[in-house]
Design a protein. Structure first.
Length: 236
């Protein structure tokens, strides 16, 4: 984010005012919220997607209450980095949209259609005074009739498709691992190992208990626990 001159502060009071050089400062602030969130990673594999994130944890908290990876439908998963309350709201919207599509058309919603729906909603929050942008970046992945798909949406409502992507505070270091380790048509085990390696590169002192990983294939969504992560790491 570029430094903001003092005389620009009047332009960050509302979302609908552009600065003289064409910046929406509230959107830029929301992007900073994403960069401060814990690391989240998505990787496409052969006939599926692996999603992984670092869970926020504090002493005496119940681990399930701080989850970062959400099941939208049997074939779609979503994870977020940034303000998790915003992510929770968007997750509920996505689940309702997926069920309406199933009932209306008799088939699972495509990953692209669902992502576009959420991206449009995030974009609308940048166009009206009195609102604020969603302070969360999303990675949405799954398998549909077009194959494996992974998309990212940012607070502006931009929608980008990826083969592998990382967001959050450890994104830059994690991307270096993804750039060197990713290849097309990886197996499920190879994909999980790459996500684990990238998460460890992105954040210091992360343990398997602090990771949350989901494997999404056609009509199947499954998470692996700390013991399951340990088993894959050791190649058993």
């Amino acid at each position: 984010m570029q430094p903001i001159p003092p005389n620009y502060m009047a332009y960050d009071r509302t979302i609908v005012v552009f600065s003289p050089d064409g910046r929406l400062l509230q959107v830029e602030y929301a992007r900073q919220a994403v960069k401060r969130g814990s690391t989240a990673i998505g990787v496409i594999i052969d006939k599926g997607v692996i999603l992984g994130a670092i869970k926020s944890s504090m002493a005496l908290t119940v681990s399930d209450t701080s989850k970062k990876v959400f099941e939208i439908d049997d074939h779609i998963g979503l994870l977020g980095s940034g303000i998790l309350a915003d992510a929770r709201y968007l997750v509920e919207m996505a689940r309702v949209k997926a069920q309406i599509n199933e009932i209306t058309y008799g088939e699972p919603i495509s990953i692209q259609t669902l992502t576009k729906y959420l991206a449009n909603h995030k974009h609308m929050a940048t166009q009206y005074a009195g609102l604020r942008p969603f302070g969360v970046g999303l990675l949405i992945g799954g398998f549909d009739n077009t194959g494996s798909n992974l998309y990212e949406t940012d607070p502006s409502g931009t929608m980008i498709e990826w083969k592998a992507q990382a967001i959050g505070r450890g994104a830059e270091k994690a991307k270096k691992v993804l750039n060197t380790g990713f290849r097309d048509k990886m197996s499920e085990r190879e994909g999980v190992k790459l996500v684990i390696k990238a998460l460890k590169a992105g954040e210091k002192d992360v343990t398997k208990e602090g990771m949350e990983i989901a494997i999404i294939t056609e009509r199947e969504f499954k998470k692996i626990s700390g013991a399951g992560i340990d088993k894959i790491e050791k190649g058993k």
